[in-house]
Design a protein around this ligand. Structure first.
Ligand SMILES: C[S@@+](CC[C@H](N)C(=O)[O-])C[C@H]1O[C@@H](n2cnc3c(N)ncnc32)[C@H](O)[C@@H]1O
Length: 288
């Protein structure tokens, strides 16, 4: 078990939400995002800047200093949104680990109407999300449960069951922008839980970092100490093959996208810039 979470709202969750918000205002169709909720919770001065080409460019230059990361996050959002819009019949529960300011429960309210959704995040970030949405009069749907939990601590299963999670049902599990902030042993125990508590044909979507010498994820080298202080110490980096990792937990890959595939699919370019080349996005299914 690691040290419990510090009482701070996640800077990385605010950062990815900000990227989706700015992307919502883009005119270039490759950059254009659909997250109208991220844009609605944007402070008004940022929204004003994001609206116009000139000020948006200035804003992006000032905020997104790591080459390729904005494009990576936008394409990751597109990829996951497509799965949420696809036919999810048979899925009974959705677990969103490290949800941050994820707005899919609202944006896809119609598609997810009959599915129970559990958003798991550290208490300060989850509380900030609930308050910010309330300030903007954005209602959450009735099928969402917030589970405030520090994933580095023990007791995930009990906490989820208290919130109404039912074991051995078909689930869709999302860990977006999360694995590389959690220690290796936490990732193993989350995947143990997923393996033992969900039914066959459950699906897991996550991204991971690979091939990093000192676990300093691209873009966060400068902020390394502040992340550590905030309890978001850089952690899991895949060593070995993803197929072998997933096989341990009875999952098989449906699709894996590295930066080259993401860049081609969503931006029609050969690759993202260097920092974004260290991540891969996976959609996998459980086979018992
Ligand atoms: C980069 S953000 C991603 C947020 C969201 N999934 C997205 O893509 O916008 C990482 C999220 O993981 C959460 N997180 C990091 N460490 C955690 C922990 N130990 N327990 C629970 N949540 C954690 C943070 O609070 C934050 O919301």
């Amino acid at each position: 078990m690691s040290k419990p979470f510090k009482l701070k709202v996640s800077t990385t969750a605010q950062g990815t939400s900000l990227m989706r918000a700015i992307s919502y205002y883009e005119k270039n169709p490759f950059y254009k995002g659909e997250d109208f909720i991220a844009s609605a919770i944007l402070p008004s001065f940022l929204a004003k800047m994001a609206k116009y080409n000139f000020s948006r460019t200035t804003l992006k230059k000032a905020l997104f200093k790591v080459p390729g990361i904005y494009e990576y996050v936008i394409s990751r959002t597109h990829f996951i949104d497509e799965i949420f819009k696809s036919d999810l019949s048979g899925i009974e529960q959705i677990l969103i680990f490290g949800a941050g300011f994820d707005s899919r429960a609202i944006r896809f309210e119609k598609e997810l109407k009959y599915i129970k959704i559990f958003e798991i995040d550290a208490p300060p970030t989850q509380q900030a999300k609930i308050s910010r949405f309330a300030e903007k009069n954005i209602d959450f749907p009735a099928n969402i449960e917030f589970v405030s939990f520090d994933l580095t601590q023990e007791g995930l299963g009990e906490k989820l069951e208290e919130a109404g999670f039912r074991k051995h049902r078909r689930c869709l599990i999302l860990l977006e922008g999360l694995t590389y902030y959690l220690p290796q042993e936490t990732i193993f125990s989350i995947f143990d839980f997923i393996c033992n508590c969900t039914a066959e044909e459950s699906q897991v979507i996550f991204d991971y970092a690979f091939g990093l010498a000192d676990n300093r994820i691209p873009g966060n080298e400068k902020n390394y100490q502040s992340l550590v202080n905030a309890g978001e110490s850089p952690g899991f980096v895949l060593e070995g093959e993803i197929q072998d990792f997933l096989k341990t937990y009875n999952f098989e890959i449906i699709e894996e996208l590295d930066s080259v595939k993401l860049a081609k699919r969503y931006f029609n370019i050969e690759d993202f810039e260097q920092a974004a080349q260290k991540f891969r996005l996976v959609n996998a299914v459980k086979k018992n």
